[in-house]
Design a protein around this ligand. Sequence first.
Ligand code: TRP
Length: 368
Amino acid sequence: MENQKKIILTGDRPTGRLHLGHYVGSLKRRVELQNSGEFDDINILIADDQALTDNADNPGKIRDNIINVVLDYLSVGIDPDKSTICVQSALPALHSLTFYYMNLVTTARVSRNPTVKSEIQMRGFADEGLPVGFFCYPISQAADITAFDATVVPVGEDQLPMIEQTREIVEKFNKTYGDTLVLPKAMIPENETQRRLPGVDGKAKMSKSLGNCIYLSDSPKTVKKQVNGKMFTDPQHLRIEDPGHLEGNVVFTYLDALCRDDHFASYLPDYNNLDEMKEHYKRGGLGDGVCKKFLISVLEEELQPIRESREKWASNIGDVYDILADGIRRAREKTDATLLRVQKSMRIDYFDDRKIVSEWEKLLKQPM
Ligand code: TRP
């Protein structure tokens, strides 16, 4: 379908506070896109129902983290006047759409989705049994995206298979029922280290259970402790004079993702930029302590304003509630309109007007 408008939909599962991985992989970019003025409509979905697909026994955790995630959004600069923040469970059209789309996807296709595959392993569903709801979440995500007529979906790299699956559903729907749904595109960070920031211990991903995260709401003391106490560097770099290695060196991975030339002028004027610092490290003579201290300064410059803003919002939870209630109202209008359009295309809009009465009358007059 031709759609001139540029519409963003993105979202997160409210299973915990958001961390630096979310920030460099997605949140920072969302704020830039929001402030670019290039988009007609920006929507951010707190996917609580999706979070329940693997937390069915713990709805309290999801409930508690909705507020944490909204506070994280607001504190990084998501502006409720420019972006609609909404909650999945309050948007019934998403569930209806999911149910229709389920008929357009085979179980074999979902089984091939690499993100779903690895999550099934990680969550032990391979042995315990796989909840149908969890298996279907990529389809529900297609409903999220299409319900807002999104053209662009800014996400982390691990979400690419979801967007691909959504595109297939859109194509199948439009082919089966006529042009109705908008074909979305994924948008992932250009900088490779930003796409997949490892945990402080060098493990592939930040994860609460591994204790290797730096949360946006962590105190300066905790940030310092994570960097100085846990951050992986180069195990062969025993003495300062030894040549250092950058591969797998988390301090430099984080600097790649976050530092700018002006950080050097402020905190480490011995170098003009990261390349010069890296050269010195590789040559030998630059100690890990100095590198970590610099990284902590870079992190603090980024995190301090976020922390302050979070505290302000956290002392006005009534206002945050109103922001959500307003976002939900706006999102409901958009998603209900899409559901109606979908039902019209499928010719199952029986009760939208009384047109079907005459249709049925005519049908019954025909000889059987
Ligand atoms: N699956 C996403 C995640 O785990 C969250 C999500 C739900 C989402 N619905 C979405 C992301 C729609 C983008 C668009 O992070």
